[in-house]
Design a protein around this ligand. Sequence first.
Ligand code: ADP
Ligand code: MG
Length: 831
Amino acid sequence: KVAEMNEQPAGPSVPVLQAASSKLPCKPARKVEARLKLPILAEEQVIMEAINENPIVIICGETGSGKTTQVPQFLYEAGYSSSAGAIGITEPRRVAAVSMSQRVAKEMNLSKRVVSYQIRYEGNVTDETQIKFMTDGVLLKEIQKDFLLSKYKVVIIDEAHERSMYTDILIGLLSRIVPLREKKGLPLKLIIMSATLRVEDFTDNNKLFSVTPPVIQVDARQFPVTVHFNKKTPLDDYSGECFRKVCKIHRMLPSGGILVFLTGQAEVHSLCRRLRKAFPFQKNNTADDDKGESVEEMRKFKKSRKQKKVMALPKIDLDNYSVVPVDEGDEDRDAETDDDMAGSDIDLDLGDGDSEEDEKSDSSLPLYVLPLYSLLAPEKQAKVFRPPPPGTRLCVVATNVAETSLTIPGIKYVVDCGKVKKRFYDKITGVSSFRITWISQASANQRAGRAGRTEPGHCYRLYSSAVFMDFEKFSAPEITKRPVEDLILQMKALNIEKVINFPFPTPPPTEALAAAEELLIALGALKEPPMTGRLKQQLAAKLSCPISPLGRIMATFPVAPRYAKMLALSRQHDCLPYTITIVSAMTVRELFEELDRPAVSEEETAELKGKKARFLQIQRIWAGQGSMQKLGDLMVMLGAVGACEYAGCTRKFCEENGLRYKAMLEIRRLRGQLTTAVNSVCTDAGLYVDPKMKPPTEAQATYLRQIVLAGLGDHVARRVQAEELLDDKWKNAYKTALLDDPVFIHPSSVLFKQLPEFVVYQEIVETTKLYMKGVSAVEPEWIPALLPPYCHFGKPLENPPPSYCPETGRVRCHRPSVFYRVSWQLPAVEV
Ligand code: ADP
Ligand code: MG
């Protein structure tokens, strides 16, 4: 395995590490006073000795004990850096990477050129950089370029307790890189830092480290926190409940900062607005971050859109495999990003619908309300660390970032809604979506702990103790909860072929690995193993396939492999702008208002009717005839986005035409992001990003159908023919490759009445029946050309079913029950 990983060239040589002397250098006087109080300073000697004597060290310490800000400084002072980027620190969240680099630079009185950060698409790293904060995805990308990470003398993996997928993978990779560097005589130190003591997955894991690394525990001074549970069963309107709780605390309890945990950016802003209204803060910067910031962001946002408008068409060279992956993946894990719509909060009325909203307080003490979430501009984030204006009480309304990544000083009261926004994965389709769920007990306790940093505090949980007891103890590592095809593709791009032998801290289920590998083979991202030898050997070969040239290109796109395949094929015939839009729309989902809902009044009936008529009008203008019509629901998505952008993407237009405004804004954002990603892969191509687009031509629509088929190959369905009808439940039904049961085209689909013989679908939803949504019609003769792994050409059957066609041959899917009839014509698309 090591040999397999060792294939990478060693890269430029690094100066040999000077064993740092065990005598510690004197502390320079420049240290900020606050730093001296941090518990970790008492442990400096122990930590440095452990690091000097061991290649791998684990440091555990309560949030706020000083791990992130101090350990890099210890290392720097002990001489662990000399040339560029000698000390690397990874963070699962972008906000932490940026904010911590700034903090450390300030504490050390060093320039940002020396203490720098790098997150996706952004950073201030220079030749002089010696301490580099980055997201874990950035380091993974660097490993793909230089497996031995020769630039670094120390790598610190921070927030390991979060068990984000990329953190886990990095720890697995580094467990092999460290001994390799040792062998080369250029030792690399690995430090794993965790906010909890739950590190047995790293220590009691003989696959991971040959010698169990020492665990250093930093005892943080923690004051007692009194936890108050709500008596009532939890409410849906937790945001309103937060508001009421903060009002009460502010009116009735002694001074001390308040920290509120909510789930997303829009919620945070909405609560900030309500609180500012209730407790006006009469200073020249009243409500500064709310309106001012949003308007300014909106302006910037619009400006950036304008600037990107005129750009040339893309050129992805399918033969150029030297492109480097851009997918850091950190985007995906940032649950806040769901709401990341600059300025959307201006118009966004969350409709908390609470009569207390406008209630004015009788408290004379102003409340200094600050929002905090991942995508807030760094200068705005920094405000939470500064003392509030004299005579005010600080109230920070935050998302999960305040749980362990950032420690806000002076917090005495915590209000915990008990929820978090998390990404969930659909078992059948693997499509992900954000959902708000209960946190784990460990998270709840972390949140409570934020109240006891400087003096005894209180934590108000907006749920009952019974509900708390039902929370899971810890959240499971991300890697065990999600489909892993994107991860496997990234690993294969690192030439790790036998993924099953990889030293995962917690391995994903074997079935998940096998399913991922199978899908990647089918998509053509992996080279198919030879079908010779014994079945057992064949199976083993199937689990260790090397990456294909197409796979290397797919690995460069920051989307799931199915969608990446679509993008990889789309440079042909100028289809890329359309594919980017389709992929964005499929990711956002639920673009349309439910227009078939029962109306409550006559007015509403008329309104719905009007919307429907206008919506159909859009469809007619966009979807036209022929192939465009056959593109089906995907064409409807394309048309909705196209028409909406043509009208300037206004709320008014969306409401009049039955489109969901928020979804449209989200699609616009994703389109921009994907375009940037594609541009950074293909440095030679400046790609279109004009949000407005013309309808595709008839020919382009045909190509798009083929492209979609190539990506969603495992989602092909064939209508059951009259002569194959087994019984009535199969009437108008389709057979799919994944399910044995009959599935149907969803009544909301534009292809509902047409019943094409072959379709691809985006997802299957189960209501009264199994329904396919996001349906496009495809031509049978494309299937063997675009999806050879899903077909094999058998001998004509002795008693073929009536649909068998001797002239054209027969193709069989993995499941024998699905038969694809094909002709031998060459496909219209070059693959
Ligand atoms: P840990 O990583 O152990 O959770 P940190 O090193 O992040 O701890 O934080 C140590 C202390 O430094 C905390 O008390 C925190 O409030 C303070 N701190 C961190 N960043 C800033 C900042 N930008 N401004 C002021 N104080 C900060
Ligand atoms: Mg930290």
